[in-house]
Design a protein around this ligand. Structure first.
Ligand code: GDP
Length: 444
């Protein structure tokens, strides 16, 4: 997968990273080639447009780091945006705390749905040590039911016996009952597919959904159908609801358009990818690893990450030195707000981590009001460099200009200046107390 894209982007960025200095034209020329490469990879046009615009904005707006070349920094920006485009974090299959978890697989005929059901059963059984029951809900094609049974034998997973004439939603209910009684952890429901989406297919899937209330509704689609796979996903999402996508045949897909557009267009994560016909050939979808594979520039990315970290470290040290001298201008204040912003992001992150939710809440309660921080930062960034260094310059007309520039009122500007004056006063007091005094007052 992504062979062509990888080759093209490799060439673009190899040239870019070697140069000592980059002009805006260099970046634009590179981005034009990235645009063509993405379009040739069959990525949806709106996704490409947004991607290029975002990369351009971030590449131009970013601080230049020492110790890496501007080209390397651009690679990092492209990498980060690519990871976002692919969905950011890896998205796992959710299992209920109280088994059995019903998982419904839907999709068009020939997409690889039944094979994927078998592969997923094997994965859940072997990697997660789950007891799995599979059920075929395809009453149109008895061959499909036999196929699932065969797969069940191969992977050592039970399949529900079929009762002739039983409608799909009744099979779904019976599968769940049997799973509950039999102590299974997961029930995989392999629904029927059709050659194309039609009302009957959607009605049937909706009925099964209502009967089984699946924790996961996964669309299985063929990566080789490119943007058609994305359109199919949109239809299923709108008409029956989806929790994620399994992309099959990525092993034969040299372009990668479906994988690249799926998340952005449908808002649904790719949870798994099928990479071959064999039953073990089903893998989780890791956006960062995929981005790395596409760009082939993992070394550059980690180099820039390290440079960014060391700059942050230096900034913190500089601020500490200034504080020791009792100096604290509006740039310093902006820097502190940015730190707080990061902590705000951290509190959200912590909320998602098991056992850390409480700490995240505490951080949030500590009034890390994102919007307020953004407003403060907007005001400061509407000031000139001189004004930030010497706030006493800011008189009535300048206040009006700053308020206008940041979309705030003069009162807002006054409030910020007052806060700064108070902070500065405190810094002076801190300086008088000296380092020992600080420690006595419980500060580091
Ligand atoms: P269904 O009609 O959607 O249930 O499709 P099947 O599960 O019967 O799969 C159709 C064909 O695609 C079979 O020959 C599978 O072996 C093949 N297939 C499924 N997934 C993959 C995959 O990830 N890679 C490759 N190369 N073939 C696959």
């Amino acid at each position: 997968m992504f062979d062509n894209l990888q080759e093209r982007l490799g060439k673009v960025f190899e040239g870019l990273t070697k140069r000592g200095a980059l002009t805006e034209e260099d970046v634009d020329a590179a981005l034009r080639e990235v645009r063509v490469a993405l379009l040739e990879a069959d990525v949806a046009l709106p996704v490409v447009k947004q991607f290029i615009a975002d990369v351009r904005e971030r590449a131009v707006g970013q601080e230049v780091l020492r110790s890496v070349t501007p080209g390397q920094q651009v690679v990092k920006v492209v990498n980060d945006r690519l990871v976002e485009m692919l969905g950011g974090e890896q998205s796992e299959i959710t299992l209920k705390t109280e088994p059995p978890t019903p998982i419904m697989l839907v999709g068009l005929q020939g997409s690889g749905k039944t094979t994927t059901t078998g592969k997923l059963a094997k994965r859940l059984k072997e990697k997660q040590k789950k007891r799995v029951l599979m059920a075929s809900l395809d009453v149109q094609r008895p061959a499909a039911q036999d196929q699932l049974k065969q797969l069940g034998w191969q992977v050592g997973v039970d399949t529900l016996d079929n009762v002739p004439g039983e409608p799909p939603k009744a099979i779904a209910k019976r599968a769940l009952q049997q799973a509950t009684l039999g102590g299974y952890d997961v029930v995989l429901l392999d629904t029927a597919g059709r050659l194309a989406i039609d009302d009957e297919l959607m009605r049937e899937v909706a009925e099964i959904r209502d009967a089984a209330q699946p924790t996961e509704s996964l669309l299985v689609c063929d990566a080789m159908t490119g943007q058609d796979a994305v359109t199919t996903a949109e239809r299923f999402r709108d008409e029956v609801g989806l929790t994620g996508v399994v992309l099959t045949r990525v092993d034969g897909d040299a372009r990668g358009g479906a994988a690249l557009s799926m998340r952005q267009v449908t808002g649904k994560p790719i949870k798994l990818i099928g990479t071959g016909e064999k039953l073990e050939e089903l893998e989780p979808f890791y956006p960062d690893r995929i981005a790395n594979r596409i760009l082939g520039m993992g070394d550059v990315v980690s180099l820039v990450e390290k440079a960014q970290e060391s700059i942050e470290e230096e900034d913190a040290q500089k601020l500490e030195k200034k504080l020791q001298k009792g100096r604290f201008d509006l740039d310093d204040m902006a820097q502190q707000y940015k730190q707080l912003q990061k902590m705000g992001g951290m509190s959200q992150l912590m909320n998602m981590m098991p056992g850390m939710g409480k700490m995240g809440k505490q951080l949030q309660n500590a009034k890390f009001d994102e919007k307020a921080l953004n407003r403060q930062l907007a005001i400061i960034s509407s000031m000139t460099k001189d004004e930030r260094k010497r706030p006493e310059l800011i008189k009535a007309s300048r206040k009006q200009r700053i308020a206008k520039g940041s979309g705030m009122t003069v009162q807002d500007v006054n409030k910020l200046l007052k806060q700064h004056a108070e902070a500065q006063k405190m810094m002076k007091r801190v300086k008088k107390m000296g380092k020992k005094g600080l420690q006595r007052h419980g500060m580091p």
